[in-house]
Each structure stands twice: as structure tokens, then as C-alpha cells.
Design a protein around this ligand. Structure first.
Ligand code: 13P
Length: 253
């Protein structure tokens, strides 16, 4: 039984006034008895403010973490610092970081390990570019992105991983993957996990991200191998994010 999890990724958006009003609108739109787990991954500098100003139901996450514990790494933020601020989740390996900051599969896995060692869940993003999909490379790319986790993380640590499938071509384009594409890739990712750990494959949450919005949430979140969503643009509007949460399927209902 996998409880769905709806995650917002605010990316590098907002200023103090906007974050304040987003918190207010989230509090109006998200109900305390929402059936899914809910969290927002916010810019580092607003983590503490958001923690103090959203309802308890809304968990907190960051969007990146250092692969180092502490020391002379100017500008970096450690996992234990995030934990100090009550973060429960950290996104690692978002395609924007893989592309713009040259993050490798190995580095992403190391970051996930640090996040988990500090007591947080790692949201590990995977996904193919359009060129990779068109060249028939989808399965090879995803397999490499997922299998590295089994090399770097222990069996126990893997239980704290959420995989986010975000096809790069669907991010911020308004064009989500079709339900058929989403289900087939999620099923494929689960099969990759099955090869290393059959039990984990049944429990690990695989969420979808890429132009997920109120109008397609119901269909995409209802798919068999979809266990929630990672939402960019639509998570910046409290009402839209609340509507998506309301479409999550409830395993106990
Ligand atoms: P959009 O929902 O804006 O497409 O962004 C998805 C994403 O990158 C979430 O991490």
C-alpha cells in the first residue's frame, strides 16, 4: 500500500511578499485532513519562514543539498542544516541541476545518501530529454539514473527514497506526458527496482512531474504506478496546488 505524496517545487521563485501570500493561499486551499502526504520544497532562505507560517499538514523540503557534511564549501548547505530547520524532504538531481550544474548520477546518489543520513527523505529526480526519447535511449538513461542508487545507498536507506519521474521535455512546457507514457515509464522504473529489491519495488513511491496541473491531475494521479506528483508552476498558486492534492487517490477510501 503506497500513500500518495504531492510535492511542490517552488524553484527559485518569489520574494518575501509573494512567499507570504503563497503561504496564506496554501493554508486556505489545503485541508488538514488531505488524504495524501503533502510538502513544499522552497528556496533555502525561506524554509524557516514557511515552516512557521503554513499549516502542519504541509511538510517542508529543500531543492538541493551538499554532498559534504560540513567545512570549507562556500555557498553550500548541508543536510544537517536542513534538518535543523525541520526539513523532511530534499529534492536531488532535478534535471535543471543535472543540466545547468553538471550533476552526475553518482553525485545525485551521494546527495541522496547525505539527506537520508540526516533523517530526511530524498526525492530523486530522473527523466529523459526529448532527444534521448527519440533516439530510443529512454530505458538506458532511466536504468542508469535508478541503478546507481542501489550502488550507493544501503537497503535501509533506499526505504527513504521517493523517485520523481520528470521527462525533461514536459517540464515547464505546459505539455505533460500522456497517461500511457507516464504509466509505461513508471512501470518500467518499478521493474528496474524489482531487479535489485523486489520488496522495495512494491513500497517505493514513484511520483510524476512535468506540467502536472489541476486539469490533468485526476487522470495522471489515478494511474496504477503513479504514487503522487512533483509540481512546479502549479505549486506557486495555492488554489491550483490544493486542487491537485484533492485529486490524489486515497488508498484507504
Ligand atoms: P512544472 O510543473 O512547472 O512543469 O515543473 C515540474 C518540475 O520541474 C517539478 O520539479
Amino acid at each position: 500500500m503506497r500513500k500518495q505524496v504531492i510535492l511542490g517545487n517552488w524553484k527559485m521563485n518569489g520574494n518575501f511578499a509573494e512567499i507570504k501570500s503563497l503561504c496564506e493561499s496554501l493554508n486556505r486551499a489545503v485541508s488538514d485532513d488531505a488524504k495524501a502526504d503533502v510538502a513544499v520544497c522552497v528556496p533555502f532562505v525561506y524554509v524557516d519562514y514557511v515552516r512557521a507560517n503554513v499549516i502542519k499538514k504541509i511538510g517542508l523540503g529543500a531543492q538541493n543539498v551538499s554532498e559534504h557534511d560540513n567545512g570549507a564549501y562556500t555557498g553550500e548547505i548541508s543536510a544537517s542544516m536542513l534538518k535543523d530547520l525541520s526539513c523532511e524532504y530534499v529534492i536531488v538531481g532535478h534535471s535543471e541541476r543535472r543540466t545547468l550544474f553538471q550533476e552526475s548520477n553518482q553525485l545525485v546518489a551521494k546527495k541522496a545518501k547525505k539527506a537520508i543520513a540526516s533523517g530526511m527523505k530524498a526525492i530523486v529526480c530522473v527523466g529523459e530529454t526529448l532527444a534521448e526519447r527519440n533516439e530510443g535511449e529512454l530505458e538506458r538513461v532511466l536504468t542508469a539514473q535508478v541503478e546507481i542508487l542501489f550502488d550507493v545507498l544501503s537497503e535501509k536507506e533506499l526505504e527513504e527514497v521517493i523517485i520523481a519521474y520528470e521527462p525533461v521535455w514536459a517540464i515547464g512546457t505546459g505539455l505533460a506526458a500522456t497517461p500511457e507514457q507516464v504509466q509505461s515509464v513508471h512501470k518500467f522504473i518499478r521493474s528496474v527496482v524489482t531487479k535489485s529489491n523486489e520488496l522495495l519495488a512494491k513500497s517505493i513511491r514513484i511520483v510524476y512531474g512535468g506540467s502536472l496541473k489541476p486539469s490533468n491531475a485526476k487522470t495522471l494521479l489515478a494511474l496504477e504506478d503513479v504514487d503522487g506528483g512533483l509540481i512546479g508552476g502549479a505549486s506557486l498558486k495555492g488554489e491550483d496546488f490544493g486542487e491537485i492534492i484533492n485529486q490524489a487517490k486515497c488508498i484507504t477510501c
